[in-house]
Design a protein around this ligand. Structure first.
Ligand code: DX5
Ligand code: ZN
Length: 225
């Protein structure tokens, strides 16, 4: 369905943290379009990962945009800090945010790209009124919190619905998917309308290395065209 270029966003959650700069460099060389940074607070999701310091450390080692996926309660308190650390885009969840419009406007005021994220159980329809204000939508294809989870197939019809909404309301808005994306599921999500694929374990936990893993994923993503 999607005839555009599919972009890859490696998620460093599955990277080797002892060699983070090196791994990001490999992903950049292999043609990554952006680096996906998963921020977890042990409250919004049952896991703790990384904060602004990691963004700050990565900023000088890559030219790629750093997109920050905020899986935290009260993201408003941390937007400035991540922006200052060097995030290029801030992705905030619809779930648990009573003032999403305000959060989105604050990210825009910081001069950053903004995306809204929806969990597997949240319907596409919650995006309808906010879509015109965002640069991208992220549809979670697993429940957020951990890497290496199985892709949830019931999210596919929702990806199609979001693609339709984007074409009607905000053409040009990125439709990104996150969770369980590998060579098997990539063609399915691209066929449903996704144009940006986040992948953690399929890129950083592959035995053959980051470059080979990204080649394989890109080839699979283009299969559906
Ligand atoms: C999950 C994170 C994902 C995660 C994806 O909560 O938002 O970005 O790193 O990992 P994989 O690709 O292994 O499912
Ligand atoms: Zn993520």
């Amino acid at each position: 369905m999607n005839k555009g270029i599919v972009k890859l966003a490696p998620s460093i959650l599955s990277a080797d943290f002892a060699h983070l700069g090196k791994q990001v460099g490999e992903a950049e060389q292999a043609g990554a379009d952006r680096i996906h940074v998963d921020v977890m607070d042990g409250h919004f999701v049952p896991n703790i990962s990384m904060g602004p310091l990691v963004v700050q450390s990565l900023r000088p080692v890559t030219r790629l945009p750093l997109e920050t996926h905020l899986m935290i309660s009260d993201p408003d308190f941390y937007l400035d800090e991540f922006a200052e650390a060097g995030s290029d885009s801030l992705l905030v969840h619809w779930e648990g945010n009573n003032n999403l419009h305000r959060t989105v406007q604050r990210v825009k005021a910081l001069g950053k790209r903004v995306g809204v994220v929806i969990n597997p159980a949240s319907p596409a329809s919650v995006l309808e009124e906010i879509l015109q204000d965002v640069d991208q939508v992220l549809v979670m294809t697993v429940n957020p919190g951990f890497g290496h989870q199985h892709f949830i197939h019931t999210t596919l019809p929702k990806i199609r619905r979001v693609r339709q909404m984007i074409e009607e309301i905000k053409p040009g808005c990125d439709l990104e998917v996150d969770g369980g994306i590998d060579a098997t599921t990539a063609p399915l999500v691209v066929d449903a309308g996704a144009n940006v694929l986040v992948a953690g374990s399929a890129i950083f936990s592959e035995r053959k290395g980051v470059v080979a893993a990204m080649e394989r994923l890109r080839a699979a993503a283009n299969e559906s065209k």
